[in-house]
Design a protein around this ligand. Structure first.
Ligand code: FEO
Ligand code: CA
Ligand code: CA
Length: 621
């Protein structure tokens, strides 16, 4: 295996190799992200960074049914689907009822954040924390004793409450192992049937979100398809509602309008078939219920009596995650991807500014602000196009009736103003100490085949089965600025079986190749962690890539090393670090039945695992 510890990969050569094959960007290096960072001086500095950022030996690919880690690392399962996290909840059994599930960890773990508690002296408690973890969707075939073939009303309710957010206290024992404290008064489930969601911002009370059950248009039942996450500087948790459309359905021949179709709503949905049991999911009877999903939701994880807030100012789409940072002028900036082929990357800038030590004020920052969609020009420059009523043609004459309409149908507005359609924007991550922002573009089978998805420099492959990672830097290092420079950080590919652009960029080798980058996060030292959700068949164009995995990258030099490989069938998603960076929590979503560590009674269970170094050192160092 090649060890790249002492080799540096100049970022510009990554970019040039990726794009020169198509001769798309002729002058990207002059305008793109590297020039906004200060060009060569930043890259020169990074040559030494590369060696100290990643101190582990990269691991080979694997098709085994077990988690693989570098030597000197081990893992433990922290919590799996069905484990009780609320006092009094029963142990996991496939025959658990909806009530049982409402006190247990939900299905299909995804984005997560850790919030350390305070010690009595007022400092951070390194050994006690609250975790907030998303449960994205359900595996019907494993959730019921009848594999979903004979659904009762309680079975439907069980599926609904297996979605949402899990909040629970964790404690680290003397051996360094984290354990769930299932009796903590801080624990709660904010699930798909919880009557604890309040809408805030411009859409609140608008006719588009009024329903028979809620004439106020502000009190929402549940959160669904909780995919990635965010963690605010003021200590709240963000959960992101992604493929909400799949839960809705309607009798045959129910007419659906263009707005509904723009969000993928259909008569059958994703075959959850909740609507015959739960009226609110019936599009024919309650068309506005679907407008109450697809939002960014802010939760105070330390106050179990608090309501969760659906932040309408940040727009409605298939939210993957939310990367939150503060601009130099104090405005909170939230970068967000809309995970669907040909959709867009968005940015929200708060109206008010962050105030140190005023949590109540900061908790209102996401109520009001400006939403933008990204345009990536072929020359490496980019701009944020404002999605505000009256601006950029978003007027009644063009069908945009008011700001609430623009936010509920943000996709339609972004497309209208000429934002760049992307290869499925998944997670966005902001570097902890520089203005760099990264976004995974997981894959796209059809780019170039549809009029609305032309091939462009930011999405240079006509068919993109491997995905890529884009990077941008705002003008003047100011995240509230309207212009930015961008470049491509990595084009995933297969240098063994493919040639040209499909082989991948220069920082992709036979030793670190992967497909479908999805989860993305920085640790406090600036290591970029990449998680995959892709083809794990290890054959054809994906031969040699193995199971889904997690990689670590130097965000400046472009070095990428494989850190973890998951068990068969799973996707690796969700990532949070304990404050001391000595425990890394990740999610193993939808593993197969053969992974022994979370299987019970023949049922595979998604699980959060805690990864530590045998010597207790900093993860990745
Ligand atoms: Fe929930 Fe786009 O992944
Ligand atoms: Ca994802
Ligand atoms: Ca994905």
């Amino acid at each position: 295996m090649e060890n790249d510890q002492h080799k540096t990969v100049a970022f510009e050569s990554v970019l040039n190799k990726a794009v020169s094959r198509r001769r798309v960007i002729q002058s990207g290096g002059a305008i793109g992200a590297t020039s906004f960072l200060g060009g060569a001086s930043t890259l020169a500095m990074s040559a030494t960074q590369a060696t100290y950022l990643m101190g582990f030996d990269p691991i080979p690919t694997s098709t085994a049914d077990e988690i693989q880690l570098p030597s000197g690392y081990h893992y433990e399962v922290l919590v799996a689907w069905g484990d009780p996290i609320i006092k009094g909840a029963p142990k996991f059994s496939v025959s658990n009822s909806a009530d049982d599930q409402a006190g247990q960890f939900g299905d299909n773990t995804d984005g997560m954040s850790i919030f350390h508690l305070q010690t009595k002296q007022g400092g951070l408690d390194e050994n006690r924390a609250v975790m907030a973890v998303n449960s994205e969707y359900i595996n019907k075939e494993f959730m019921h004793t009848h594999q979903g073939k004979n659904m009762s009303a309680d079975d439907v309710k069980k599926e609904i409450v297996a979605h949402g957010v899990n909040i629970f206290e964790v404690k680290k024992n003397k051996k360094g192992s984290w354990k769930v404290n299932k009796n903590s008064p801080l624990n709660r489930r904010l699930h798909g049937d919880a009557d604890e969601f309040i809408m805030t911002g411009p859409v609140t009370g608008h006719p588009l979100v009024q329903t028979a059950m809620d004439r106020s248009g502000s009190k929402i039942r549940g959160t669904l398809n909780n995919c990635g996450n965010g963690q605010t500087p003021w200590g709240t948790y963000i959960t992101c509602e992604e493929n909400f459309n799949g839960y809705f359905g309607a009798p045959e021949a129910t007419p659906l309008n263009d707005e509904q179709r723009a969000y993928g709503l259909s008569e059958t949905g994703f075959d959850y078939n909740w609507w015959p049991h739960e009226d609110r999911f019936n599009l024919a009877k309650h068309p506005n219920e679907a407008n109450r999903f697809g939002w960014i939701v802010e939760i105070d994880p330390l106050d179990p009596s608090s309501k969760a807030m659906k932040r309408s100012a940040l727009g409605r789409f298939k939210h993957e995650n939310a990367a939150i940072t503060l601009a130099p002028n104090g405005h909170a900036v939230v970068y967000m991807g809309d995970d669907e082929r040909g959709e867009f990357i968005y940015k929200f800038v708060s109206k008010e500014t962050y105030k140190e030590n005023d949590r109540a004020h900061n908790m209102r920052l996401l109520e009001e602000g400006t939403l933008y969609a990204a345009k990536f020009n072929d020359n490496g420059s980019g701009e944020w196009i404002e999605l505000s009523f009256g601006k950029n043609g978003l007027t009644p004459a063009n069908g945009f009736k008011d700001q609430a309409y623009i936010l509920v149908y943000a996709r339609i507005a972004a497309r209208f103003v000429g934002a760049t359609s992307m290869d499925r924007p998944e997670w966005v991550a902001c570097h902890p100490s520089s203005p760099m922002v990264f976004c995974t573009l997981t894959n796209n089978k059809y780019r170039g085949e549809r009029d609305s998805q032309p091939v462009n420099a930011a999405n240079p492959r006509e068919k993109n089965p491997f995905g890529h990672i884009i990077r941008w830097v705002p003008e003047n290092r100011d995240h509230s600025a309207q212009r930015f420079g961008w470049d491509l950080f990595a084009m995933a590919g297969n240098p063994n079986t493919q040639t040209g652009l499909m082989a991948g960029s220069e920082n992709i080798s036979a030793d670190n190749m992967f497909n479908s980058p999805d989860g993305l996060a920085f640790d406090a030292d600036g290591r970029l962690w990449i998680q995959t959700d892709g083809n794990y068949k290890n054959e054809g164009i994906f031969e040699g890539q193995g199971n889904n995995q997690m990689l670590c990258a130097d965000p400046v030099t472009g070095h990428i090393r494989r850190f973890l490989v998951g068990p068969k069938e799973c996707e690796i998603t969700g990532c949070t670090f304990a404050n001391d960076q000595r425990t890394l929590f990740i999610g193993v979503q939808h593993p197969g039945v053969g992974w022994p560590n979370a299987e019970k009674d023949g049922v595979p269970r998604s699980a959060v695992v805690a990864i530590r170094k045998d010597d207790g050192g900093i993860i990745g160092s």
